[in-house]
Design a protein around this ligand. Structure first.
Ligand SMILES: NC(=O)c1ccc[n+]([C@@H]2O[C@H](COP(=O)([O-])OP(=O)(O)OC[C@H]3O[C@@H](n4cnc5c(N)ncnc54)[C@H](O)[C@@H]3O)[C@@H](O)[C@H]2O)c1
Length: 258
């Protein structure tokens, strides 16, 4: 039986009700975890209001700002978390960003600035969050990040995010090795294509969704609930010896050659 009661879970990356992080937060809550939620702050606190309203039924212990590009915000987040919680058990890293122009067209057009931005937000952030969370993972812990097959194989238009996901997946392995002695597990979920705010920035995403649905073994798109179930498993003691892995939750798409 999957039981997360007594566990705390810090969830990043909820933007709206289509967000994968929202699907994950709901499943962690259903399994009994206490939630802490972060949002990306903006000038007029619109994200805060949206995320607060959406997540209210899950009664999170707190809702705190965190732009992972800002070191001070990450550090302030964990200072605030330490005042509220004695420990963190589960950390969900479910965020990424790249400029729209780097998510279509020719791969050779990727700019240095675009490359740095995508890698900073989407890959480096996992290292920083792990460093900050580690002292609070006193009884061990489970870190879960979200990746995509475009970090392993060429997916049209995924371009700069493919490099970011490749880096992120290698982060998973190094972090698992580094934090394993503290009984902190680090795993990635490679989700099938889901229509979200982030994925709609990728050129021709509708074609990808169609192709996915037609050619994956299960002949269906993945839902945020599917991903949430896998995250709840990885957050639980049922996955106690699994670390450094990338688990595909993708209707089987990854095994197909054509
Ligand atoms: N949608 C898909 O098809 C798919 C497939 C595989 C993996 N993923 C991954 O899932 C994760 C979540 O994406 P999603 O599809 O749910 O889209 P989403 O737009 O709902 O979520 C992306 C989140 O990243 C956050 N974010 C962006 N820049 C940030 C920053 N500087 N600091 C803090 N947060 C920031 C946004 O606020 C948002 O909440 C991403 O890592 C994405 O690459 C998505």
């Amino acid at each position: 039986m999957l039981d997360l009661s007594g566990k705390t879970a810090l969830v990043t990356g909820i933007a709206n009700n289509r967000s994968i992080a929202w699907g994950i937060a709901q499943k962690l809550h259903q399994a009994g975890a206490k939630l802490g939620i972060t949002y990306l702050p903006d000038d007029r606190d619109r994200n805060k209001g949206k995320v607060a309203e959406l997540t209210e039924p899950l009664a999170p212990d707190f809702l705190l700002p965190c732009n992972v590009q800002d070191d001070a915000q990450v550090d302030d987040l964990f200072t605030a978390v330490a005042e509220k919680w004695e420990k963190i058990d589960i950390l969900v890293h479910c965020l990424a960003f790249a400029n729209k122009e780097d998510l279509s067209g020719s791969f050779t057009d990727i700019s240095r600035a675009g490359f740095q931005l995508a890698l900073d937000v989407s890959a480096y952030s996992l290292i920083h969050l792990c460093r900050a969370a580690r002292p609070l993972m006193k009884n061990g812990g489970s870190v879960i990040t979200l990746t995509y097959i475009g970090g392993v194989k060429v997916i049209p238009n995924y371009n700069v995010m493919g490099i970011a996901k490749a880096a992120l997946e290698m982060n998973v392995r190094y972090l698992a090795s580094d934090m394993g002695p503290d009984n902190i597990r680090v795993n990635g979920i490679s989700s099938g294509t889901i229509r979200t705010l982030a994925s709609s920035a990728i050129g021709d995403i509708h074609k990808m969704l169609h192709h996915y649905e037609e050619s994956s073994p299960l002949r269906r798109l993945v839902t945020t609930e599917d991903v949430g179930n896998a995250a709840a498993f990885l957050g639980s003691d049922l996955s106690s010896a699994i670390t450094g892995q990338i688990i595909y939750v993708d209707s089987g798409y990854e095994v197909m050659g054509v």
